[in-house]
Design a protein around this ligand. Sequence first.
Ligand code: TXA
Ligand code: MG
Length: 314
Amino acid sequence: MSIISAQEAIARLEAGNVVAIPTETVYGLAARIDDAAALRRVFEVKQRPFFDPLIVHVADVAQAKLLTRNWLEVYDVLVEAFWPGPLTFVADKTEAVSPLITSGLDTVAIRCPRHPVALQILREIHIPLAAPSANRFGRVSPTQAAHVIAEFGDEVPVVDGGASEVGVESTVIRVDGKRIEILRPGGVSRIEIKQALAARGLSFEITRAESQASPGHLKTHYQPTSPVVIVENRPWSEELKSRAEQMLDSKFAYVHELSLGVSPQLAARRLYENFRDLSSAPGSLIAVVRTPENSTLEWEAIWDRIERASSLRF
Ligand code: TXA
Ligand code: MG
């Protein structure tokens, strides 16, 4: 009963219900943006505080323009390079966007996803969908339909679109004059953004927003059920295990060393699935080793999520 077809999802969304849909980043918990009750239900199901604004998903640029004011030239370049895809930008909003979505802010976060099922639903329903990741607040985002079912059971029907190709959430940016601020690193790296702009002769300084009034920046976010330990550039050892046990006041029957491999794309795709699998047995500890090779800028989003998930660093 929990798995539904895309057509069924469209019917339910039209009727003002909340459904989980696949996207290329993570599964989203979707509601139409013009239905306050459905939007409130998203927060309720997720147990998400109302001060944390939602991302609006659009079928195309024309729809994005209806939701925003002061459309900037640089948006055209970004949209051409990265939409449909995992880039979200925060722009000034119009009246069409409910304050429920934006937590009362004057801006709205928008993206056009590239997962074929998400795009099909958006194109057929003709109304943008607000969709946060389909997990309870503060937990690991789902990258498979089975993860959504594990999280919500029968409470939320889900369209099965296979395993999410990107595996971490979209990059959220805000343009401020000649500066692009990364509010959340994600599926599009800052190197790709820089290159896309340079190809059009545009030069922006790209900075990382350090303190953000967004829970994507809360210290404890994306938390798996087992503790995660980051080890700086040295192998895991019995000595580190004893120290972790002492500091966390627990005994660990299993230590899982999460190997990130050499490809940031593959590491991102498997990250949340690994967090889930490795924390399924009680008494587990997850250790991740940071090396110079796996900590270049291409790995920024992956380390952002691991750092948020981590309890200790050695
Ligand atoms: O990949 C994704 O972006 C996924 C899929 C489902 O599209 N969605 C997602 O949504 O990760 P969510 O709600 O879990 O994360 C949205 C992030 C939050 O960190 C939120 O604070 C920020 O975007 N955000 C939303 N609107 C904002 C705004 N107006 N200003 C600043 N940050 C905003
Ligand atoms: Mg989320």
